[in-house]
Design a protein around this ligand. Structure first.
Ligand code: HEM
Length: 413
């Protein structure tokens, strides 16, 4: 698959770049977007889409956009109104901190970063290890298993359930709500996906109202319980409003769920496809830190970000007027040869590795320490227990451009 990205004939690459349309993605693209990303980086790095937006693929251009929140706005009110109308999805996405600009963003982010403190995250490690080991025991008893459902997806949902202290027997709907809400962020969505997303926001809000009422009546330990910390937290005398609190709890659950599932799934699939790197990691378990960074770079679980220009700006030699929507292609930037040597190659010891999987600048992922902890513990314990795991049939991709991962991966140990 990666040979393609290196070897595409120049005229084919030019054609691929010329015909690329984010609203008309093909099955081939979903299976392997990297040849297209390479073609775009080389032939049209600030590619004009038929819908008037721009698609950015060069590392330096993404960094420029991420770092300049004044000229590249994250506020999605204008963009999402025609897409969602005045719907629960619209209210949810436009209240999430990720889709706001300073100063609203700064206040909410400070409160959330305060709640996701190093102490709260370190406190999660023993439960995480116990959970991973329980799942590994269940896999050992089965021998044939499904990597995503039986393992990768089971971890983040429990971790975030613990983070907000959601009672165990109330966690079941969280995953489907999260998938439905994030699914509605795809570049094009069906009427069904729109209806599913709206219902998920409404059901999730009703559930969280109950949870917050219970927590107000009986607060937890704010050092460990992120929900209690968010309810009690103050920034310059201001707390989150009731609406901000509920929507940002939904956002936290969503942000940390599919992305981390995909880090684990993408990592274990990539290692099985690169046996020499897998062997190297098994022989040198201390490499797990750089290995997780490399997996994040090589198969970034969040591939696309979005911004809107607020004034005229030049990027990669192209003049963009105010009001231009731009898509920041993390998957392409993370394979930019001007930043990474031999970028189509998976190298678990790669250093330096300044990938953009967590973005950079004011909106850089607020949960990256937790994601790294989850990825490291999960992948290293899985490899130590089942060094000979193998794929036992074709993995099925999720078919999404924004969140890259697998729906199911049949495996055997
Ligand atoms: C492998 C796992 C993860 C990846 C690849 C990832 C990636 C990202 C990216 C690219 C952004 C920036 C979006 C933008 O501005 O365009 C982001 C933001 C964010 N992420 Fe993550 N994330 C992961 C896990 C998590 C986890 C576990 C949590 C929390 C529990 C989390 C919470 C957040 C929050 C709150 C933001 C918004 C920050 C802001 O706007 O200031 N993420 N993430």
């Amino acid at each position: 698959m990666n040979a393609n990205a290196r070897d595409l004939a120049p005229d084919l690459a030019a054609d691929l770049a010329a015909n690329f349309d984010i609203e008309k993605l093909t099955g081939e693209f979903y299976a392997d977007p990297y040849p297209t990303y390479r073609a775009l980086r080389e032939h049209a790095p600030v590619k004009l889409m038929p819908n008037g937006s721009r698609f950015l693929t060069r590392y330096d251009d993404l960094v420029t956009a991420y770092k300049n929140t004044k000229l590249f706005s994250s506020d999605k009110r204008r963009e999402f109104l025609p897409k969602y109308g005045n719907s629960p999805l619209y209210e949810h996405h436009t209240t999430s901190l990720v889709f706001n600009d300073p100063p609203a963003h700064t206040r909410v982010r400070r409160l959330i970063m305060g709640a996701l403190s190093p102490r709260a995250i370190a406190g999660m490690e023993p439960d995480l290890i116990a959970l991973v080991d329980r799942l590994l025991d269940a896999i050992a008893a089965k021998r044939r298993f499904e990597l995503i459902g039986d393992f990768a997806a089971a971890i983040p949902i429990e971790v975030i359930g613990n983070l907000l202290d959601v009672p165990r027997d109330e966690r079941e709907p969280l995953r489907d709500w999260s998938l439905a809400i994030l699914g509605a962020l795809e570049p094009v969505i069906s009427a069904q996906a729109f209806a599913r997303g709206n219902k998920a926001v409404t059901d999730f809000l009703s559930y969280l109202e109950l949870l917050v009422d219970r927590r107000r009546a009986k607060p937890g330990n704010p050092d460990r319980d992120v929900l209690t910390c968010l309810i009690q937290g103050e920034d310059n005398g201001e707390r989150l409003t009731a609406k901000e609190l509920l929507h940002n709890c939904i956002f936290l659950l969503n942000a940390g769920h599919e992305t981390t599932t995909n880090l684990i799934g993408n990592g274990l699939v990539a290692l099985s496809e690169h046996p020499a790197q897998k062997k190297r990691l098994i022989e040198h378990p201390a490499m797990i830190k750089t290995a997780v960074e490399e997996i994040l770079r090589f198969e970034s679980s969040n591939q696309l970000g979005n911004r809107m220009t607020t004034g005229p700006v030049e990027l990669g030699g192209v003049a963009l007027p105010a009001g231009t929507p731009v898509t920041l292609c993390i998957g392409a930037a993370n394979r930019d040869p001007l930043q990474f040597s031999d970028p189509e190659h998976l190298d678990i010891a790669r250093t330096p590795n300044r990938h953009l999987a967590f973005a950079t600048g004011a909106h850089q992922c607020a949960g990256m320490a937790l994601a790294r902890l989850e990825g490291g513990i999960t992948i290293s314990r899985f490899l130590a227990r089942f060094p000979d795991y193998a794929l036992n049939g074709p993995p099925i991709r999720g078919g999404r451009a924004r969140f890259r991962g697998f729906l199911s991966v049949p495996c055997v140990i």
